[in-house]
Design a protein. Structure first.
Length: 190
């Protein structure tokens, strides 16, 4: 009889531990999803600023339409569908390069560089990029915690049992930095 009680206590302990681990997985999965939604919100803010930037630059640099059309196309592609973070990162990286090229056009147009509307957009984009970076760091920290649990023993057993898998990180460079637009020579593209 005492052996049966010990076996029952061990089984109960294992069940309680599995439930605790499962609940921690659920909590971490929800944190990962919430932090991805925060990134998505900031990306949407950047998408909303890009048409204003393109319009402002277009007013000063009409003959730079190739760069402006490319950025518009990259924006549409980035907004087209909701993707997992690793697939979205590729599109965001391309869009960031395009926005950097548009910002570099200001170097060639002193009137544009002095425009208060352009400077305001540049500041808003730099602020948005900072917010994306903060949201990205939070997301990646949550993913790291989740992935560590997926790969650690004994939680790896619960992960496999309930289908919890490693989540992708979101890596992307900022398109605009506070130090001003990057120097890019577009003279050979004319």
């Amino acid at each position: 009889m005492p052996l049966l009680i010990v076996a029952g206590a061990i089984a109960l302990f294992v069940i309680v531990v599995m439930l605790a681990i499962y609940n921690r997985f659920v909590r971490l999965r929800n944190l990962v999803r919430e932090s991805w939604r925060d990134i998505d919100t900031e990306l949407q803010r950047r998408y909303d600023l890009i048409p204003n930037l393109v319009s402002t630059v277009q007013g000063y640099a009409d003959h730079e339409s190739t760069v402006l059309r490319a950025v518009t196309s990259l924006r549409v592609d980035a907004m087209a569908a909701r993707r997992p973070p690793d697939a979205q990162a590729e599109r965001e990286q391309a869009l960031g390069v395009g926005v950097s090229q548009v910002m570099a056009l200001a170097e060639q147009y002193p009137d544009l560089k002095a425009s208060t509307q352009f400077l305001d957009l540049q500041h808003q984009l730099a602020d948005t990029e900072d917010r994306i970076q903060v949201a990205r760091r939070i997301y990646n920290a949550n993913v790291r915690s989740f992935d560590t649990m997926v790969d650690s023993f004994p939680s790896a057993l619960v992960a496999r049992l309930f289908g919890f898998t490693v989540q992708p990180y979101f890596e992307v460079e900022p398109a605009v930095r506070d130090s001003g637009p990057p120097s890019v020579d577009l003279s050979d593209q004319r």
